[in-house]
Ligand binder design. Sequence first.
Ligand SMILES: [Zn+2]
Length: 392
Amino acid sequence: MMTRDEIRELAAFQADESKGACALSFYFQPDPPQDRSHRSEAIVAKDVVKQALKSVAAQGKNGFLHADLDRVLEFATNVRGQARGKGIFACAAQNFWKEYDLPPRLGTTRIYLQPRFQLKPLAAMLGAQPALCVAVVDRQRARFFDLRLDDLREGASIVHLLSRSAASYGYNGYEAGHAERRVSEEALQHFKAVSERLRTDFERGAWERLIIGCHDVNWPEFEPNLHPYVKQRVIGRFSADVASVSNEEIRDRANSVLAKWISERGTSKVCEAIDFAKANGRGVTGLRRVLLALEEGEVQSLFLSESYSAHAVECTYCGHLNAHLVPTCVACAHATRELADVCDAIIPIAIRRNIELFYLRDNADLDRAGNIAALLRFRSDQTRTGKLVAAS
Ligand SMILES: [Zn+2]
């Protein structure tokens, strides 16, 4: 699976069009498991690449692009039985070739030939995904995992085996109570050690959000030991038995907690952005204002309707984006080029700057606000005004 740095590398890539270079992005969507025997995935994949080869030949663009397409065709020809999705990003003219396994949630198999890599399918999966820790805990064990897309990696674990309980010694009365208290004290020390590990890992930037897997009966014992700012980072919990839960189960349970959290967060944050925009505060709506806020470096979270697309122009020299289709750049007077979809320029900016990116489906408020909105870290115009007021 991909790391953030790898995604940023793709977002920073620009094909040198003056040398006829082109960025090829290919997304392979495998058939659902129950349809695997039909092998339509390979037929679709080959067809998509052959169509692209045809249109490239018709435009007389051969050479490097043809070599990239031949290589993708080779992948498509041998794709049988692959359960994972795939992303291939290539530009032979600039000696670039990267391929990544992806979760099989890409929608369709598609190929894009553009000046930049097409990152929307990736952004739709990753845009709002935080660096995630999953901790599976009981009274004597804790296992820690990183979860990125469908990739669950186990890190170190903590084990503090409890003394045998009173019942197993056949104690009763005073001695049984004493033994039980000792076991409770040991469990408490264990929960404290687990909480301390979570705190130090968070402080060194190992994760941004936390999901806990534990028995329901252990949660009230464990939770009070979490440091307040670790507690704030918990996005959900699922019930699990440390000794018997499988990694697949942990991944699936954590992924559904995460999906629910992202969806709820998107819905509530977009309302905030729209309300702030109305109050002239830390929010903006509509393409023109969002582009300005992006250029000012103000954007914290970006919201797009799922099928949003708009024309815009981009300066070929300084990269300034303009929602008005002007022939020359208002910032530097160089020529602009038209973008069929402004998202092709916005998504790489969001990825490079670590902006939280939400795609929202059927959100009436966002539709009314022009299908695009942003929540801001600050407003530079108001910061300046604030300074003036303070100075006077
Ligand atoms: Zn310019």
